[in-house]
Ligand binder design. Structure first.
Ligand code: FAD
Length: 479
C-alpha cells in the first residue's frame, strides 16, 4: 500500500497525527506541500507569513531527505494538484490533519470528492487542537459558548492519552524518496513571485525555530501569570505563529504546561488556560461558521457603526498608528513593523476602534488578518468579537477600556510606548500616556509640537464613551 500525506498548517514531522497514521498503514509514504495559489494570489507580494512557510518547507524537505524521503512541492490549486499527484504516485489514500476553517472544510470536501472518483480515500485526523468540536460538550450535549464552563469540562476530560505524542520516529522507515519524474524540489521564493521581507531577522521559522522558542519560554513559564500583561516585558511565549503553521505540536505544549501546573506552577496554569482559549475559539468557529461575517449574538448585528468619510479617515489613522493615543499608536506600529502585537494591546486597540471610534469590528479584524504573522481566523474573530462585545462570552458592552488608564497600568513607565514612538522620547510621567494633557513647558522641553510632530487625539474618550453607550443601546433587552 502507498499513501500521500498532504501537509498544510502542520509543518513539522514530530508528533504529527496524519504522518503517523500514514506511516502505520502503508509501506510507502510520500509527503506533499502545495503553495496554494488561490490563497497566495490574494496577498501582497511581500508577506512575512509566506516567507515563514517557505523557510519551514525548506527545513522540512531537508529533514525528510536525511530520513530517506523528501518533500514533493507544488504551486497551484490543491483541488487539481493533490488528485493529480495521488494518481501519479498510485496511492490508495491521502492523509491530512483537519482544518476547522470554513474555507478549508469546503476545500477538503471538494478534494475528497475528486479523489473518490479515482478510488482514493482521504483520511483526516485531529492534530491542531487537543479537543475538537464535539469532544467537549455541555451535559445537555450542546456546544459551550461560555469559556469558564468549557475550560472546566476540558480539564475534566483531559487524560494523559490526549497529550501523548505520536511516535512518528519509530515508523520513518516507510518514507519513500520522491520519484525523480515528480520531484521538483522546493521552488525559490522568487519563483512563487514573492519578495523577501525582514521575516528572517524577526521570526525563527521551522520546527527548529519553534523548539528554540519553546525552550526559551519554559525558562520563564513560572512567571507568565505576572508578566503576561506588560508589553514592555518578555512575558508571553511568542509561539503563536508556530501554532498557526504547526511548526510546534499543541500536544507537546499542553503537556509541558500541564506537567508544570501539576508541579505547582501558577504561571503554567495560566498559560494552559490560554491554550484552552485556542481550542474554545476553534470549536466556536466550527459550530457557528456564521461568526465569520456576523456577530455571535445576532441582536448585535443591529448596531449602526460609524461610517462615511470621517469614519474612513479615523480608520486609516488607527491602521497607521495616528490616533493621538500613544498606547494605541505604539501598538499599531508594533503590528505594522513586526507582524506581532502583544495580547493586552490587541484588546486595547480593538476596544479603541470599536468603542472609541465606533467603527465596525470587521474592519479591524480584516486589518489584523492582513498584518498578523499568527493570523488565525478562529482566534482573531473570537478576539475581535470579545472586544466589540458582540461575541460569545464577550466583554459586556458597557465595560469600555479607558486607553489612558490601560496605558498607565500596563506600560507604567512608557517603555513600550517609547520603543515604538521614539518621537515621544522626551516626555515623561503622565504626559507619555496623554500628551495633550502635558504642560506646555514640558512639550517645549521634549521638542514636541502637538498636531505637527505627534497627532492630537482623534476623539475625546469620555464623549466617545457616551456615544458608544447610545450606539449599543439597541441591543438592550430591557430598553
Ligand atoms: P501566549 O500568551 O504565549 O499564549 C500561548 C498561546 O495560546 C498563543 O500562541 C495562542 O495560540 C493561544 N492564545 C493565547 N491567547 C489566546 C486567545 N485569547 N484566543 C485564542 N488563543 C489564544 N491569536 C492568534 O493566534 N491569532 C490571531 O489572529 C489572534 N487575533 C487576536 C485578535 C484580538 C483582537 C485579540 C484580543 C486576540 C487575538 N489573538 C490571536 C489571541 C492572542 O492575542 C495571541 O494568541 C497572543 O497574543 C499570541 O502571542 P503569544 O504566542 O506570545 O501568546
Amino acid at each position: 500500500d502507498a499513501a500521500l500525506v498532504w501537509l498544510r498548517r502542520d509543518l513539522r514531522l514530530d508528533d504529527h497525527a496524519a504522518l503517523y497514521h500514514a506511516l502505520r498503514s502503508a509501506r510507502k509514504v510520500w509527503c506533499v506541500f502545495v503553495f496554494d495559489t488561490t490563497l497566495l494570489d490574494e496577498l501582497p507580494r511581500a508577506d512575512r507569513r509566506v516567507e515563514f512557510i517557505w523557510h519551514s518547507i525548506v527545513e522540512l524537505d531537508a529533514t525528510l531527505r536525511q530520513r530517506g524521503g523528501g518533500l514533493l512541492v507544488r504551486h497551484g490549486d490543491p483541488f487539481e494538484e493533490i488528485p493529480a499527484l495521488a494518481r501519479a504516485l498510485d496511492v490508495q489514500a491521502v492523509h491530512v490533519n483537519r482544518d476547522h476553517e470554513p474555507a478549508a472544510i469546503t476545500r477538503d470536501a471538494r478534494v475528497r470528492g475528486e479523489l473518490a472518483h479515482a478510488g482514493i480515500a482521504l483520511h483526516s485526523h485531529k492534530d491542531q487542537v487537543i479537543f475538537e468540536g464535539d469532544e467537549v460538550l455541555t451535559q445537555a450535549g450542546s456546544p459551550f459558548s461560555v469559556f469558564t464552563p468549557y475550560k472546566n469540562a476540558w480539564l475534566r476530560k483531559l487524560e494523559p492519552f490526549y497529550l501523548r505524542s505520536y511516535p512518528v520516529e519509530r515508523h520513518l522507515g516507510a518514507l519513500a524518496a520522491p520519484p525523480v519524474a515528480l520531484d521538483r524540489g522546493v521552488p525559490r521564493l522568487s519563483d512563487l513571485d514573492f519578495l523577501p521581507t525582514d521575516m528572517a531577522t524577526r521570526l525563527h521559522p521551522g520546527a527548529s525555530g519553534g523548539a528554540t522558542l519553546l525552550l526559551d519560554f519554559l525558562e520563564r513559564i513560572d512567571h507568565y501569570g505576572d508578566t503576561r500583561d506588560f508589553p514592555a516585558v518578555k512575558g508571553p511565549s511568542y509561539l503563536s505563529t508556530h501554532l498557526r503553521f504547526g511548526t510546534v505540536s499543541i500536544r507537546q505544549l499542553a503537556r509541558h504546561a500541564h506537567e508544570r501546573q501539576v508541579a505547582g506552577s501558577r504561571g503554567a496554569e495560566v498559560w494552559l488556560s490560554e491554550l484552552i482559549w485556542r481550542d474554545f475559539y476553534h470549536q466556536i468557529l466550527l459550530h457557528h461558521p456564521r461568526v465569520v461575517t456576523h456577530s455571535f449574538k445576532p441582536e448585535y448585528d443591529a448596531i449602526r457603526w460609524h461610517h462615511g468619510h470621517e469614519a474612513d479617515a479615523w480608520f486609516e489613522a488607527w491602521c497607521e498608528g495616528r490616533t493621538g493615543y500613544p498606547i494605541v499608536d505604539a501598538a499599531m506600529h508594533q503590528l505594522n513593523q513586526t507582524g506581532y502585537m502583544h495580547n493586552r494591546l490587541r484588546m486595547i486597540v480593538a476596544s479603541f476602534l470599536t468603542k472609541d471610534l465606533g467603527i465596525d469590528w470587521r474592519r479591524g479584524e480584516a486589518w489584523f488578518a492582513r498584518q498578523l504573522n499568527d493570523y488565525d481566523l478562529a482566534a482573531n474573530n473570537g478576539g475581535w468579537q470579545w472586544a466589540a462585545s458582540t461575541g460569545c462570552d464577550a466583554q459586556p458592552y458597557f465595560r469600555i477600556f479607558n486607553p489612558v488608564s490601560q496605558s498607565q497600568r500596563f506600560d507604567p513607565d512608557g517603555r513600550f510606548i517609547q520603543r515604538y514612538l521614539p518621537r515621544l522620547a522626551g516626555l515623561q510621567g503622565p504626559a507619555l500616556h496623554a500628551p495633550w494633557q502635558a504642560r506646555p513647558i514640558d512639550l517645549v522641553a521634549a521638542g514636541l509640537r502637538l498636531g505637527i510632530d505627534y497627532p492630537l487625539p482623534l476623539v475625546e474618550h469620555a464623549a466617545a464613551r457616551e456615544r458608544t453607550l447610545q450606539r449599543y443601546a439597541v441591543v438592550r433587552k430591557d430598553g
